[in-house]
Design a protein around this ligand. Structure first.
Ligand code: MG
Length: 374
């Protein structure tokens, strides 16, 4: 295997773990992080959490688990091409969505509203809270005790107020410092994954059509390429041959442009990466095409009447649950009642955020009846 780039994250330059541990045997520190994430409870729950579609609406749609696996695949491929730390990229990718509430972004918005007077709710911060505090697996510490650079990658966004509470890890949000290139790559791999799988799921669900998508430059270009190579191709195969070309185009553009940025800025060390402007970026040719695709998905899929309907239902469920638990913490499981005694709103937000879509619905049925929903 090729040696890592001089600006890649390595164990030698890492800031390590918060609690000292003996070195792992037979695997590296970042492999150990990845393994801890895969074995966590929060990771297993991703299987039953929504990406765009409510989890039980169809077995073929992406969930947060399959989304996270796609992000990990893209991140590893790009990290390897750029000679970055593939294990770190994989660990960050697998953990990046752990803090998501049930029902996707709608759930998180409502929970943030409920928590307005108690510090708010941010899903990136919640992912960090899970790996730092909430997972209960090890005798010696709370959380998973991950490497500093893995935690830094997980915390993609953070409000300045919350960043100040995080000390060293939050510094980059108040002092305008960039995370590792591995973290930057995962961030964009996330975007590549959802833009493409939402096209695929959108077509599968028939909420959007091929004809509509022909108005989107990158889709039309890749469809034409596929049809030129395979005249008469249609249906699922045409969709996949188009989507795979879009993914390839985005990945190769991002890698080439990031490599060029790194070279032209004279980046040599990890410290240089922290101090430079964001290095992982698309070319001037690809950026507007991606923007056009995003706007298309926003207007035609995320704001589709049918999607908005399920979002409305989800909002009520999360808001109702928060209110019921705030009024009567006796409705929480015993373990969470103990946490609530130390800080009620946060303990309730943690509990609700940890729920899968179907568990939230079940709790809502139990506590609120909610006949009109089901
Ligand atoms: Mg994601």
């Amino acid at each position: 295997m090729e040696p890592l780039a001089s600006h890649a994250v390595t164990e030698a330059v890492s800031r390590g773990r918060r609690h000292a541990e003996p070195a792992p045997q037979g695997r590296g520190e970042f492999q150990r992080d990845r393994d801890r994430i895969i074995h966590s409870t929060a990771f297993r729950r991703l299987e039953y959490k929504t990406q765009v579609f409510i989890n039980h609406e169809g077995d073929l749609f992406r969930t947060r688990l399959t989304h996270s696996l796609e992000v990990a695949q893209l991140s590893r491929s790009m990290a390897r091409m750029l000679r970055l730390n593939e294990d770190l990229a994989e660990a960050v990718a697998l953990a990046h969505d752990l803090g998501h509430t049930p029902f996707g972004h709608a759930g998180q918005e409502v929970l943030d509203g409920c928590m307005k007077d108690y510090g708010g709710f941010e899903h990136n911060l919640q992912s960090l809270r899970i790996v730092d505090t909430l997972e209960e697996r090890y005798a010696a510490f709370d959380g998973l005790n991950l490497m500093h650079e893995t935690r830094e990658g997980i915390l993609k966004h953070c409000s300045p107020a919350n960043a100040r509470l995080l000390g060293e890890l939050g510094r980059r949000f108040t002092e305008n410092v960039r995370p590792s290139l591995e973290a930057q790559i995962v961030n964009l791999a996330d975007e590549i994954a959802y833009n493409n799988h939402d096209v695929d799921d959108g077509l599968r669900s028939e909420l959007i059509t091929l004809e509509q998508l022909d108005a989107v430059t990158i889709f039309a270009q890749c469809r034409r390429e596929a049809e030129t190579q395979w005249p008469g191709l249609e249906g699922r195969r045409l969709i996949h041959e188009t989507v795979r070309r879009m993914i390839n185009a985005m990945v190769l553009d991002l890698v080439a442009n990031t490599r060029a940025n790194t070279a032209s800025t004279g980046i040599e060390t990890l410290d240089d990466v922290h101090r430079a402007p964001a290095l992982a970026a698309y070319s001037a040719d690809m950026s507007p095409k991606l923007h056009e695709l995003k706007i298309f998905l926003r207007d035609n899929l995320y704001r589709h009447e049918q999607v908005l309907h399920t979002i409305g239902k989800a909002r009520c469920i999360v808001a109702d649950l928060f209110e019921v638990y705030m009024t009567d913490t006796g409705q929480l499981p015993p373990r969470h009642q103990v946490r609530a005694a130390a800080g009620k709103p946060r303990a309730i937000a943690d509990y609700i955020a940890g729920m899968t879509d179907r568990y939230a619905e079940k709790e809502h049925r139990r506590l609120c009846g909610g006949g009109e929903f089901y």
